[in-house]
Design a protein around this ligand. Structure first.
Ligand SMILES: Nc1nc(=O)c2c([nH]1)NC[C@@H]1CN(c3ccc(C(=O)N[C@@H](CCC(=O)O)C(=O)O)cc3)C=[N+]21
Length: 286
């Protein structure tokens, strides 16, 4: 079988083009979406993400502000910055790039971001709303995966979905969104007994573990949809996913590439959340 490539880059471009038009309209009503990105320390992989976010903001007409703090920043200083951004009516959304350098408390930082500006949807209040199914923001990567699936005409309802990875950022919310679309969801992780066997059951297989090419051809059922959330930089600088692409593509009906799959969708969803935050924050407090 030759797999259809799910082109996240193309789909994200369509979404960003729609958002650009929406932002233009909003500006006529005095609403100006603005995203504040906080980045602490000097992680090179983070830099790529930050650069791509900035370019996407420019394209959509969203103002982007970057707050680059040194790795030695104290917890107190970081929380003070977030408090200032929370109270700044010209800022629609706040994203603090994770992981933070050693010594900084990620949970405290996530909790400090105002839920109304939490465009990552990492705050416990937003996480709870997602669980219940009545939410303002969806986490960018899982939401991007759902959009890519929907845009590709893939119906989740009744399908056996296997999510490999149980992080708060991807695996857990991903499972919840698939459940909301009536998938039958299994979550696999490092203690799963026979990972390949579980994966082979999947109609829709989502890999989000951060292990380069963990998912081999023998993990993929004939005709499955394979979504690769992994973004692993090898020593030779090559970017590979959690899926061994060519082996998996021999079996799959559809598969996402890395790069050009889930990554660009994540960024498009961040733009969408920022526009939504700008609208929500304009019709209440500000
Ligand atoms: N608070 C927070 N929220 C995040 O969403 C978050 C984070 N911290 N920390 C880091 C990870 C990683 N991440 C990426 C998203 C898109 C690309 C991306 O655009 N990838 C492109 C380009 C890759 C390239 O240019 O090499 C692609 O896959 O095609 C990369 C990485 C978001 N994360």
């Amino acid at each position: 079988m030759s797999a259809k490539i799910l082109d996240g880059k193309a789909v994200s471009q369509r979404i960003k083009t729609e958002l650009k038009a929406e932002v233009e309209k909003l500006k006529q009503t005095g609403i100006k979406p603005a995203l504040a990105v906080v980045i602490v320390g000097d992680d090179p992989a983070s830099k790529i993400y930050v650069r791509n976010k900035k370019l996407a903001c420019e394209f959509c007409g969203i103002k982007s502000l970057e707050f680059a703090l040194p790795a030695e920043t104290t917890q107190k200083e970081l929380l003070a910055l977030i408090e200032r951004l929370n109270n700044d009516n010209t800022i629609s959304g706040i994203l603090c790039q994770l992981p933070l350098p050693e010594g900084l408390d990620e949970e405290a930082v996530i909790n400090a971001i105002s839920p109304a500006k939490d465009v990552d949807a990492f705050h416990p209040s937003n996480v709870g709303k997602i669980m219940i199914g009545n939410f303002d923001f969806l986490p960018c990567t899982p939401a991007g995966v759902m959009e890519l699936i929907a845009e590709s005409g893939i119906d989740v309802s009744g399908k056996k979905c296997v999510v490999v990875g149980r992080s708060n950022i991807v695996g857990k919310p991903m499972s919840m969104l698939l459940l909301h679309k009536n998938g039958t969801v299994t979550i696999c992780h490092s203690r799963t007994k026979d990972l390949a066997k579980e994966c082979r059951e999947a109609d829709i297989l989502v890999a989000a573990v951060g292990v380069p090419e963990l998912i081999r051809g023998d993990c993929v059922k004939e005709g499955a949809v394979v979504i690769d959330v992994g973004m692993n930089r090898l020593e030779n600088k090559k970017l590979v996913g959690d899926v061994a692409f060519s082996e998996a593509a021999e079996k799959a009906a559809a598969i996402t590439p890395v790069p050009g799959g889930v990554g660009p969708m994540t960024i498009a969803m961040l733009m969408k959340n920022t526009v939504k935050a700008a609208v929500l924050n304009s019709t209440g407090k500000n």
